[in-house]
Design a protein around this ligand. Structure first.
Ligand SMILES: Cc1cc2nc3c(=O)[nH]c(=O)nc-3n(C[C@H](O)[C@H](O)[C@H](O)COP(=O)(O)O)c2cc1C
Length: 218
């Protein structure tokens, strides 16, 4: 794939002291680096102790350069904006993504930092469900951020038994699934970066407001 490497952020969805994501993240990161299309950055939400989302017009200030309620939220929005593509690694908590991950996504607010960029996910669980419902929900969440969720994903059931001592997946299909996801992120990442550089439509909400206020003036 031509062009400069894409900035891929791998975002970890669990912050628990005993988290199972430690089994999954080194493998995913290793393969993403080896793929060749990406400059990889791992985003660990432990390093981003964001406040519970409570932004409002008063905390945003200037929409062109939002202040937010906390400098960390401003840095978080700037950090997310740097990426060309996103790969979440997340468990399933009560059939959805962990609250800490939802809060981190909600905190990307009015900056539209995820907009028009591809997103995929690796789901896992200690049981058989493999994070399936969390990944379905995550795709819906990311549509609302105006990101472009891709169809393919990696699902890892029984995560405690899913990797050998060297950290490689026991099931070859898991390895193949990740390569498919990385190829998709590379293809969409290049296409969408090129398209963004040529210009983007304004967010739908802004276009709706502009059209409605123009109608009022008639
Ligand atoms: C609050 C909570 C809710 C959970 N809900 C689900 C669930 O809905 N489906 C599932 O398959 N596993 C569920 N689990 C089990 C997780 O798959 C398992 O704890 C896994 O290790 C979580 O990932 P982590 O250790 O990286 O945080 C839940 C675990 C927790 C802590």
């Amino acid at each position: 794939m031509p062009g400069t490497p894409l900035n891929l952020q791998i975002i970890l969805g669990s912050i628990r002291p005993t988290r199972q994501v430690e089994r999954v993240a080194p493998w995913v990161t290793n393969r993403a680096v080896a793929h060749g299309a990406f400059q990889v950055e791992v985003i660990d939400l432990r390093d981003w102790p964001l406040p519970h989302f409570a932004e409002h017009l008063g905390s945003i200030g200037d929409f062109a350069d939002p202040t937010y309620s906390d400098p960390l939220v401003k840095r978080w929005n700037a950090k997310i904006r740097q990426a060309d593509a996103y790969l979440f690694i997340t468990p399933e908590y009560n059939h959805s993504v962990p609250g800490v991950l939802k809060n981190a996504i909600d905190s990307v607010f009015v900056s539209f930092a995820f907009r028009n960029k591809p997103v995929a996910a690796v789901g896992y669980s200690v049981g058989l469900a493999a994070g399936t419902r969390a990944l379905e929900h995550l795709a819906l969440i990311m549509i609302e951020t105006e990101a472009a969720p891709i169809r393919n994903s990696v699902l890892i059931p029984k995560v405690g038994e899913a990797f050998d001592e060297a950290g490689n997946p026991a099931d070859r299909a898991t390895e193949v699934a990740l390569q498919i996801v990385l190829d998709d992120l590379a293809w969409w990442g290049h296409m969408l970066r090129e398209s963004r550089q040529q210009g983007e439509l304004l967010p739908g909400n802004f276009r709706m407001m502009a059209a409605m206020s123009a109608g009022e003036a008639d």
